[in-house]
Design a protein around this ligand. Structure first.
Ligand SMILES: [Mn+2]
Length: 404
């Protein structure tokens, strides 16, 4: 990844006055001496590639002098928790020349003595009501009551929304690993007796194939469980004539696949399942046809509602147009990238380089049928390409693949 290019783009947006101060995040305590697994601040990671707690990027926007602060190695501590990046490693990854120690926090004082400082004041709350930006805002104001604090969050998000070629390669790779694992799930479906086994099989495959972790909590819901959007229990017995809805993905280098497929557990769809599945599939294909630059995500969503409502009316699955709300009650799309739900908002105007999900669904809990078909789209000059085209979704293809 060329982090230097990304940083320079950000500096261009911020102008040449003030100091930029970003932090990778801290280790957060779970209980006693147990911490949550460290999850790096994605904006920091996007700009530096550094995946280690207590790391800081400090930039003088006037001179563009960059300093990366990372933790020192301590031989005794390393025997317990392993080594941190050496300065050479940190320099190589981040493409930042000047590396310094973050063990001593005296540099806070130096930074916040400046007139104007840019912080990432994202709204997500961590640290008990605070987030990193607000945590440092508080420190800054304590050290310098006259400091002018500017928020850099939206500028970074704007850059992250447009994926570069390397990012698209990462996402494609995550999707391909997800595809291989899903194929293995389909081939072995007859062996599974419980949703948990399906989850375990998928997660074992992505780990073995690419040392990938799940991009988010894997969803494996069969029969009526498939009608719960974020079903996480994954512990019900499989009903042999039911469908199983799998919303899952692999994460590699923090880039995520977000895929949903719905399969017949027996390998064959019933006529009713086929009918509803085909509507969702047609909607998925329709959205793929119309998604293009300058279209709003709101419009894309409205198109999906209209498509599904008309098709359900035609097939007498609903009695009037408004009933579509009962069987399709989520948005068609979100941005995807370093976060599974990349934080660009769901009503943005599509631009070349955006990667978004395409996930129509229909949920009839009274029939025990929940179907979602989710692909990942890359917005291009002429429309979009489906990055997950290789993951089969036609009824005939699925039935054939599962019977072989
Ligand atoms: Mn999704």
């Amino acid at each position: 990844m060329n982090y230097k290019i990304r940083r320079n783009k950000l500096y261009d947006l911020l102008g040449n006055e003030g100091i930029l101060f970003l932090c990778s995040g801290f280790e957060i305590k779970r209980s006693a001496d147990d911490n949550y697994p460290f999850s790096v601040n994605r904006n920091f990671y996007y700009l530096t590639g550094i995946d280690q707690h207590d790391s800081y990027l400090v930039v003088d926007l006037k001179t563009r002098n960059e300093i990366l602060y990372v933790l020192d190695n301590d031989e005794k501590l390393a025997r317990w928790i392993g080594y941190y990046y050496t300065h050479e490693e940190a320099k190589k990854i981040s493409q930042i020349e000047k590396i310094a120690s973050s063990n001593n926090k005296d540099f806070y004082k130096e930074v916040f003595n400046n007139k104007k400082v840019f912080l990432d004041l994202e709204e997500n709350e961590l640290l008990g009501g605070l987030n990193y930006g607000k945590f440092f805002q508080k420190i800054a104001l304590e050290l310098n009551a006259n400091i002018i604090i500017k928020d850099v969050y939206n500028d970074i998000i704007k850059l992250r929304a447009k994926k570069d070629d390397e990012e698209i390669k990462e996402i494609k790779n995550a999707i391909e690993i997800t595809n291989l694992a899903l194929q293995s799930v389909m081939k072995n479906m007859k062996l599974f007796k419980n949703e948990r086994e399906v989850q375990a099989h998928f997660e074992e495959r992505i780990f073995s194939l690419a040392h990938a972790t799940p991009a988010f909590q894997t969803i494996c819901g069969n029969a009526k469980n498939g009608t719960t959007l974020h079903y996480h229990e994954n512990n019900a017995s499989l009903e042999k004539d039911s469908l199983i809805l799998l919303d899952l993905g692999a994460r590699i280098n923090y880039y995520n696949a977000d895929i949903t497929r719905t399969y017949p557990i027996s390998g064959k769809f019933t006529p009713m399942q086929k009918k509803i599945y085909q509507i969702v599939l047609d909607c998925n294909k329709y959205i793929r046809q119309i998604a293009k630059p300058s279209m709003s995500m709101k419009k894309l969503h409205e198109e999906s509602v209209e498509f599904l409502a008309n098709a359900c009316l035609k097939e007498k699955l609903i009695n009037n147009y408004d009933e579509i709300k009962d069987v399709y009650f989520h948005r068609i799309s979100h941005h995807l990238g370093l976060d599974v739900h990349d934080p660009m908002g769901r009503d943005t105007i599509l631009e070349v380089g955006n990667v978004i999900s395409n996930e129509p669904g229909l949920y009839f809990s009274s029939l025990g049928i929940g179907i979602r078909i989710e692909d990942d789209l890359l917005i291009t000059e002429n429309g979009c390409v489906c990055l997950s085209d290789n993951i089969i979704k036609e009824i005939a293809d699925i039935e054939k693949f599962m019977s072989e």
